[in-house]
Design a binder for this molecule. Structure first.
Ligand code: UD1
Ligand code: UDP
Length: 384
């Protein structure tokens, strides 16, 4: 048989980061032909990742519009992905995670009877409204997928509970760790380290690494409105209580996030609002910070590997492995709990040290290799 053509779909910042090691490995793997497809669900934040990892992009569907609704985004994605499938006729497609790109690419492939592999399959909170709409996206992607690449045995168990056939599930680790290992290694290069330093010195005060700082990210839809107001009020209170600590916050470009953040935190002397940072300086910030305050999925997976305590501003998590390992704690989007959690870590050394144990429940950096081997086996068994 000719080499199977594998379409790799990604649309948002975290998908591109987690697909980057797969795209890179596929590009030099003689067993396959790579078709790399950006849906452009994100724009600037996605382009940052494409640049840093030097990713080939064979098609860019350019779907993003400012303030897009889930329905308008979904319908655009479906139409454009279907046209692409008609033209390119891939033999197999890979999707990653739980975004609208994932659900629409999975469904479009299913309609055209193109088998798919779901990377980061089986994450569940058990609550369809949290995170919203991501829990629904990943639950719905499961029955549409042919192969399921579960990052951990916890996610494998969720798939088995949903009656996915055991031989279709592969526990691979999370490709986020492949990407992180690659980046941490690259940052040992003095030239790259110097570039990062010079970039950070241009967006932060020149003494940025001399003072302790809390690194913050937040963008979840279920936190829009009241949740974000309470998150911002907590950060403002902390900034006043700890004048010698900085609160470094690269703000997501979603207007529902930018609005409340700029309104409440825009004029505080020790709160530093930044544009979204490219993955490279962001990894450097994770390594240098005191602790991380976030509602992000990917950051919950990366920070434990770097030995940084993480407080998660959500009521639920689909990533209990970090909580079990002791590096992650849920504080909800709740002002009092955020203030209490951060204050404790900034003042109580024993508590801090207990959480700052480096642990890596999400993989060993070889997830991409396992995924490509499983796809190769799938085609071999079809041919035999
Ligand atoms: C999306 C994903 C979410 C993921 C997050 C990662 C869905 C439903 N949500 O949420 O699961 O955690 O990405 O960050 O798939 N924008 C820009 N430039 C960009 C990116 C976004 O201007 O590069 C603005 C636009 O106004 C856009 C809005 O943000 O309409 C929302 O983007 P969208 O992808 O719909 O949702 P996110 O909140 O980013
Ligand atoms: N990230 C980044 N720059 C930033 C903030 C986050 O490169 O300014 C990276 C981070 O290292 C992680 C990913 O983006 O790999 C997480 O993306 P996000 O929080 O937007 O989405 P989620 O993981 O919640 O879906």
């Amino acid at each position: 048989m000719t080499r199977p053509k594998i379409a790799v779909f990604f649309g948002t910042r975290p998908e591109a980061i987690k697909m980057a090691p797969i795209v890179t490995a596929l590009a030099s793997d003689d067993r396959f032909e790579l078709l790399s497809v950006s849906t452009g669900q994100h724009r600037e934040m996605l382009d940052q990742v494409v640049d840093i990892f030097n990713l080939p992009v064979h098609h860019d569907l350019e779907v993003m519009t400012p303030g897009q609704t889930l329905a308008s985004l979904s319908s655009k994605l479906m139409t454009k992905i279907d046209a692409l499938l008609e033209d390119e006729k891939p033999d197999f497609a890979l999707v990653q995670g739980d975004t609208t790109t994932v659900l629409m690419a999975s469904l479009a492939c299913f309609y055209r009877r193109i088998p798919t592999g779901h990377v980061e399959a089986g994450l569940r909170t058990g609550d369809m409204t949290s995170p919203f709409p991501e829990e629904a996206n990943r639950v719905l992607a499961t029955p549409l997928s042919t192969l399921h690449f579960a990052p951990t045995t916890v996610s494998e168990k969720h798939l088995l509970d949903e009656r996915v056939a055991t031989e279709k599930i592969f526990v691979t680790g999370n490709t986020v760790i492949d990407a992180l290992h690659l980046e941490v290694e690259r940052q040992k290069d003095p030239k790259i380290a110097e570039e990062i330093e010079s970039h950070l010195a241009s967006v932060l005060p020149s003494d940025w690494h001399e003072k302790r700082f809390v690194l913050i990210t937040g963008h979840r839809r279920e936190n829009f409105g009241g949740g974000f107001e309470s998150i911002c009020a907590a950060i403002a209170e902390l900034a006043e209580r700890f004048p010698d600590v900085r609160f470094v916050y690269p703000v997501h470009l979603n207007p529902n996030v930018q609005g409340p953040v700029e309104k409440t935190l825009g004029n505080l002397q020790n709160v530093l609002l930044l544009p979204p940072q490219s993955y490279r300086p962001f990894v450097a910030l994770m390594q240098a910070c005191e602790l991380v305050l976030t509602d992000s999925g990917g950051v919950q997976e990366e920070a434990p590997g770097l030995g940084k305590p993480v407080l998660v501003m959500r009521d639920t998590t689909e990533r209990p492995e970090g909580v079990d390992a002791g590096t992650v704690r849920l504080v909800g989007p709740v002002r009092e709990k955020i203030v209490e959690g951060v204050s404790e870590l900034l003042t109580d050394r024993a508590n801090y040290d207990a959480m700052a144990q480096a642990s890596n429940p999400y993989g060993d950096g070889n997830a991409s290799k396992r995924i490509l081997d499983a796809i190769a086996d799938y085609f071999e068994s079809k041919d035999s």
